[in-house]
Design a protein around this ligand. Structure first.
Ligand SMILES: Cc1cc2nc3c(=O)[nH]c(=O)nc-3n(C[C@H](O)[C@H](O)[C@H](O)COP(=O)(O)OP(=O)(O)OC[C@H]3O[C@@H](n4cnc5c(N)ncnc54)[C@H](O)[C@@H]3O)c2cc1C
Length: 105
């Protein structure tokens, strides 16, 4: 849940923590900014209903959720030692792959 009537969740409270490395400051700041923008709109429209605040969910889903899903997938992959061993072996001999993984992490 990201929002409800009179409520917006940001940062750790909205579970916007990077599942791969536990970092959450950047997402806490970005979601805080998006929440502030949504609150401004709510005051302008005098509308704090669950339906109106759901716009905030859409911003979060557009800006943050795709990357978090990707990281969650990687976290699950990292729980398979046989796969990691093969990827590390492959990366040791392939510069492009090393750089690609480095950028994703
Ligand atoms: C040991 C550790 C190391 C970390 N290192 C990193 C790092 O290197 N990089 C990174 O990006 N992230 C790191 N994180 C994660 C990062 O700290 C959090 O993701 C980030 O601080 C979340 O920000 P937030 O504003 O959502 O929550 P918080 O920073 O936890 O802020 C919540 C605030 O609400 C207050 N509060 C709680 N309950 C109430 C209440 N009832 N009334 C009023 N106030 C209340 C709390 O006191 C707190 O000040 C680390 C976390 C830990 C635990």
């Amino acid at each position: 849940m990201l929002s409800a009537k009179n409520v917006l969740l940001c940062g750790d409270a909205a579970s916007l923590i990077d599942p791969l490395n536990g970092e959450g400051i950047g997402n806490a700041m970005l979601s805080g900014q998006l929440a502030a923008e949504q609150i401004q709109k709510s005051f302008a429209a005098q509308n704090f209903s669950a339906e109106f605040l759901r716009q905030y969910n859409q911003f979060i889903h557009q800006k943050l959720i795709p990357e978090l899903k990707q990281k969650l997938f990687m976290q699950k992959m990292f729980n398979r030692p046989w796969l990691i061993n093969r990827l590390v072996s492959f990366g040791a001999s392939n510069k492009w792959f090393r750089e690609f993984v480095g950028k994703k992490l």
